[in-house]
Design a protein around this ligand. Structure first.
Ligand code: KMH
Ligand code: ZN
Length: 295
């Protein structure tokens, strides 16, 4: 089948899902003073990014000392605050930091986000190792099926796409019955962030799946442009890059989202609204709290 026809068949290809990853687990607040780390900073960032065109937020949280944490109470509070202050699809990271134990990463799902990340295999991660054993991946997938949480499969290397096929063959479709994945490119130790590698990855993506792509560090722009031109969606944010242009630091996450939204419009695939993305990915509407609307 011709590439153009394949693109046409992907749901949502008329527009662009922009996900913002505002914080991550790797940058220290002491080094990056505009990194959103408190709940207030995160909510303000989320609102600004929604206005700029984001439909989904990929969330890592910090403790009172701005260190990464997977504390369940804080995660629940974060999900509730983002739901009440924005319409964004709330995706919690189950990747956490490379030092987080598996049990803590699995417990993230008890915060009942709309979506959660599910990394499809182990990868060298700079000088560290981001460990994702097969049994652990299966357990994440299974618990998300049980809880109705829509996974975003994180693909750091081409072999992770083979693992995704195996997962779906052996354990069935995810909650929402639609497969959505994110190509995380340019991590030192993972696949490179360039157009050739993105095209190679597309050949291995399950039929009917949607994909976004994230370019880490200086691969941000090449990956963004390659994904848009290939009918894909995009993830941007300070988790992935702190540099806006050569010699220019990122001002804030909304600046990155606004740039992605502008390029998506130029590509004739304007930003999709959160409700449109919910339909495409099979993410259910957030529960309405007793006596009120969700926002
Ligand atoms: N912080 C990385 C070790 C995810 O959020 O699921 C893993 C990561 C992927 O960021
Ligand atoms: Zn992450």
């Amino acid at each position: 089948m011709a590439a153009a026809q394949r693109r046409q068949r992907r749901p949502g290809a008329h527009g662009t899902l922009i996900t913002v990853a505002p914080t991550g687990a790797e940058h220290a607040k002491a080094d990056v003073e505009n990194l959103p780390v408190t709940l207030d900073e995160l909510v303000r960032t989320a609102r600004d990014c929604e206005l700029a065109g984001a439909a989904m937020i990929h969330v890592h949280i910090r403790d009172d000392n701005a260190r990464p944490t997977l504390d369940l109470g804080r995660l629940r509070e974060t999900v509730a605050a983002l739901r009440s202050e924005t319409k964004l699809i709330v995706q919690l990271s189950t990747g956490g930091a490379v030092t987080d134990p598996e049990a803590d990463r699995l417990r993230v799902l008890d915060a009942l986000p709309d979506s959660a990340s599910c990394t499809m295999g182990t990868v060298n991660f700079g000088d560290d190792v981001f460990l994702n054993r097969w049994e652990f991946v299966v357990e994440l997938h299974r618990r998300m099926q049980e809880r109705g949480i829509v996974p975003e499969y994180e693909i750091f290397d081409l072999g992770h796409l083979a693992a995704l096929r195996r997962l779906l063959d052996e354990h069935g479709l995810p909650a929402g019955e639609h497969v959505h994945l994110d190509l995380v490119m340019g991590v030192p130790g993972g696949m490179p962030g360039d157009a050739e590698t993105l095209v190679a990855a597309l050949r291995m993506i399950p039929d009917g799946a949607t994909f976004s792509a994230t370019g880490v560090g200086r691969t941000t722009l090449p990956v963004l442009l390659a994904s848009l031109s290939a009918g894909g969606h995009v993830r941007v944010g300070m988790e992935d890059t702190l540099s806006y242009a050569r010699g220019e630091r990122v001002r804030d996450n909304a600046q990155l989202v606004a740039r992605a939204a502008g390029l998506a419009k130029i590509a004739q695939r304007p930003p999709l609204a959160p409700d449109e993305v919910r339909t495409i990915l099979g993410v259910r509407q957030p529960a309405v709290p007793a006596g009120g609307s969700p926002r």
